[in-house]
Design a binder for this molecule. Structure first.
Ligand SMILES: Cc1cc2nc3c(=O)[nH]c(=O)nc-3n(C[C@H](O)[C@H](O)[C@H](O)COP(=O)(O)OP(=O)(O)OC[C@H]3O[C@@H](n4cnc5c(N)ncnc54)[C@H](O)[C@@H]3O)c2cc1C
Length: 332
């Protein structure tokens, strides 16, 4: 049995996952006066709305190695963003993606989740390994044997594949829904280069390249600190990423590097290169509904995997689930 550390300072609702879905849910619940505690296994909030900072020989550099930009079609999402002005900016011109303005976090993508997390109770570096219920409510067991609770409500806001094992013993139906969803992997390449001139392009979506689907100059996105160095992020195609998912990282990096130089050459002299494997990157097979909610259990599931592979979808799912939880609380 894990050592139980029940804290009365914790909220009545626990949210596992402080990505866009978990944060959207937490903000709405918190704004309605409910006490919420978020748990995330990462060292920062945001999940796949991510920025990686690396120390290089030429200073600390940042790479948006997950989501590249996001849409804001939903009116409520736009209202949320307008309250976070300063953390987001429009990226109006992305070649091949005309017709709609996309947004980015500024000065980096993780500025958006960081701004959303302000004022919330977030426990980082805490991986929840299991959920159980006792007579007082939900207890969350972490992988280091710490336990948190009791909570009246638990929201699971993690990728579908990771939700399955968390909810299997408590709700086989929700576990089956999550097991039916599928998230495609993505190998990302991070490159820093001495700028020999302006970048040849800001970003390109590649339809026919055998390895890459996306190449972007991070430094050319809006609101980035101007510097003499260029940071680039490339994303491999989903089929290539799946075929090389368990491949040797050095070999994968070699292939990404070669493809990067082929496309961006000759304006870049690379002095830093790294590969990042997203085992669960973009939803390929979503569930059918915005969220799952069992009021009798006090258990809910949300995330991009309910609707589609987008930051906005994750936000909409988390926001909608919070509405269902609030309606239940009001009815009691
Ligand atoms: C390479 C890549 C490119 C993308 N490009 C775009 C794009 O251009 N535009 C766009 O809109 N979207 C894009 N996306 C998708 C977008 O990032 C996601 O749809 C969105 O961020 C998902 O949010 P979420 O909250 O549902 O999940 P996540 O962001 O995955 O958040 C889940 C959180 O749960 C935590 N967690 C998981 N298991 C546990 C556990 N057991 N205990 C505690 N914490 C746990 C994780 O650490 C994570 O922080 C991209 C994603 C990737 C990876």
């Amino acid at each position: 049995m894990p050592a139980q550390c029940v804290s009365s300072r914790m909220g009545k609702t626990a949210i596992i996952g402080a990505g866009m879905a978990g944060l959207a849910c937490a903000r709405r619940l918190s704004a309605s006066g409910q006490a919420v505690t978020l748990f995330d296994k990462g060292r920062g909030v945001g999940g796949r709305a991510a920025t990686r900072r690396v120390e290089t020989a030429k200073g600390v550099l940042s790479f948006d190695h997950g989501a590249q930009y996001f849409t804001a079609r939903d009116e409520r999402f736009r209202a949320e963003l307008s309250g976070l002005a300063g953390a987001v900016a429009p990226w109006p011109e992305i070649p091949g993606l005309e017709g709609e303005t996309r947004q980015v976090g500024v000065p980096h993508m993780n500025a958006l989740p960081k701004a959303m997390a302000e004022g919330l109770d977030v426990r980082l570096s805490t991986k929840i390994a299991a959920l159980r219920r006792d007579h007082e409510g939900w207890i969350l067991e972490a992988d280091d044997r710490a336990a948190f609770g009791p909570f009246k409500v638990v929201i699971v806001a993690v990728p579908a594949e990771q939700a399955v094992s968390l909810v299997a013993s408590q709700s086989p139906m929700f576990a089956a829904e999550a097991a039916a969803a599928r998230t495609a992997p993505c190998w990302a390449g991070l490159f820093a280069a001495d700028a020999l001139g302006p970048p040849p392009f800001a970003a390109q979506r590649l339809a026919d390249h055998p390895v890459l689907a996306w190449v972007a100059c991070d430094a050319a996105k809006p609101g980035r600190p101007s510097r003499a160095l260029q940071t680039w992020v490339v994303h491999a195609r989903p089929d290539w990423s799946a075929a090389h998912l368990e491949g040797d990282p050095q070999m994968v990096l070699g292939a990404l590097h070669e493809a990067f130089v082929e496309i961006v050459r000759p304006s870049a002299l690379v002095f830093f290169a790294a590969a990042h494997r997203w085992r669960y990157a973009q939803v390929a097979q979503p569930a059918a509904t915005l969220f799952a909610w069992d009021p009798a259990l006090g258990l809910g599931l949300c995330g991009d995997w309910r609707i589609g592979p987008r930051i906005e979808a994750a936000w909409v799912s988390g926001h909608a689930l919070a509405g269902a939880v609030m309606a239940e609380m009001t009815a009691q």
